[in-house]
Design a protein around this ligand. Structure first.
Ligand code: GLY
Length: 419
């Protein structure tokens, strides 16, 4: 088979790494890819949201399956365009991707289906939004309605901070058009878990659980990032909780899509918080999580390509997922300043040494004129290891992290330490 992966971050490196292990694969391409991916696939210089160019490439190369990593092309309708051109693609349609593209749409479908989530109000008028906030108690959860690269959620501790966040989103448009409408949500407390599930429109096949670390600093402090590390499984996520998540959350949402005439095919990502009243949905995403995919795929023993083909055919009920019992940990190494402003082009050393015991997934890397691997993004690398226990996996990952360096590199020291 000829496979094209769309994207160029750590998640896509993990997807390419896993897909390359499948005996079904003859040729593997990635657009745009990165220097880590280039060791496993031919990288093609096409941007993730240049849907027509991706389609033309897939037609020209007779690609049998295209796998989409990021949300932006899905929300823009890449799956619709590929289907119209007779091309097989792994990822939901534009209509289905609204579950991530619009927080208001996600809330609407959850309300309809009785899926547990925080209570909320949607505002397009700043004054009304501020008036409502004044009538409620802190902490205030303020979300930009559209896509904001994982950074569009602000938890404000007092009304002034809340007011600034609303002004930043609705007036200054710091998240672009994503802030045209704003969702104010109930503040929920409890441990968080990410549950990703394959969906073929009818059947749901959940993957093993994972925990992300969204805050930039140890102890979950500082601003939100795209994710500073993840591990799998979440130690508290037991069979009983899982059964509840499937029956109370995943199945009703897929049912909600069906009622709207939308067939959800691809990965449905549920970001959950386990409250005293049970699991509640914080967010849905229409794709694999980043960096959750890195430890989750490290644990997957099944052939990912077979599963993706079953999603396309609607035969997920004939597939069984196999997992290693060994936990896995991914530690993200970020550029100094991230998630704020950061510099690029810093040479990275120690990669080969680190790769002896771990897999170092490239997220934001490039190559300079001297052929050196350099930093090219906020999240630069995801050092991923598995071990006999979570502690063992974390120790291996951090041993490797200590071999890597670049100017102003920063990372969390507590990935895998949460209980
Ligand atoms: N790790 C969070 C996300 O993928 O959106």
């Amino acid at each position: 088979m000829r496979i094209l992966v769309v994207g160029g971050g750590g998640r896509e490196h993990a997807l390419v790494w896993k897909i390359a292990q499948s005996p079904l694969v003859d040729s593997l391409y990635c657009a745009p890819g990165n220097p880590g991916i280039a060791k496993l696939a031919e990288c093609i210089d096409i941007a993730v949201d240049d849907i027509d160019a991706l389609k033309d490439f897939a037609l020209e190369k007779e690609i049998d399956l295209t796998v989409v990593g990021p949300e932006a092309p899905l929300v823009k309708g890449i799956a619709n365009t590929f289907h119209e051109a007779g091309l097989k693609i792994f990822g939901p349609s534009k209509e289905a991707a609204q579950i991530e593209g619009s927080k208001a749409f996600a809330k609407e479908i959850m309300d309809e289906q009785g899926v547990p989530t925080g209570s909320y109000r949607v505002f397009t008028d700043k004054a009304e939004c501020l008036q409502y906030l004044k009538s409620t108690e802190p902490p205030y959860v303020i979300k930009a309605d559209g896509l904001a690269a994982g950074k569009g959620v602000i938890i404000a501790q007092d009304i002034d901070e809340a007011k600034n966040a609303v002004e930043d989103m609705m007036e200054k448009k710091i998240f672009g058009q994503a802030g045209t409408s704003v969702v104010i949500e109930e503040f929920l407390e409890g441990p968080e878990v990410s549950v990703l599930a394959f969906c073929d429109g009818k059947n749901i096949l959940p993957m093993v659980s994972a925990q992300d670390h969204k805050k930039v600093y140890d102890g979950d402090r500082g601003p939100n990032t795209g994710g500073m590390g993840a591990f799998s499984p979440a130690p508290f996520y037991d069979e009983e909780l899982h059964a509840k998540v499937v029956t109370d959350i995943l199945e009703p949402v897929i049912e909600g899509f069906k009622k709207r005439g939308i067939i959800y095919k691809g990965v449905l990502y549920a970001g959950l918080i386990i409250t005293n009243d049970g699991p509640k949905v914080l967010e849905f995403n229409c794709r694999f999580g980043d960096p959750e995919t890195q430890p989750v795929l490290m644990r997957m023993e099944s052939d990912l390509v077979e599963i993706m083909l079953a999603v396309a055919k609607g035969t997920l009920d004939e597939v069984e997922l196999k997992w290693s019992p060994d936990p896995a940990v991914c530690v993200v190494l970020a550029s100094g300043g991230y998630p704020g402003k950061y510099e690029k082009g810093k040479p990275i050393s120690g990669l080969e040494e680190a790769e002896k015991e771990t897999v170092v997934f490239h997220a934001g890397t490039g190559v300079n004129d001297n052929g050196q691997i350099v930093t090219a993004g906020g999240r630069v690398l995801g050092v991923t290891a598995s071990g006999k226990s979570l502690e063992d996996a974390a120790r291996k990952a951090y041993d490797a992290v200590n071999k890597i360096s670049f100017n102003a590199m920063h990372f969390r020291k507590d990935i895998g330490a949460k209980k």
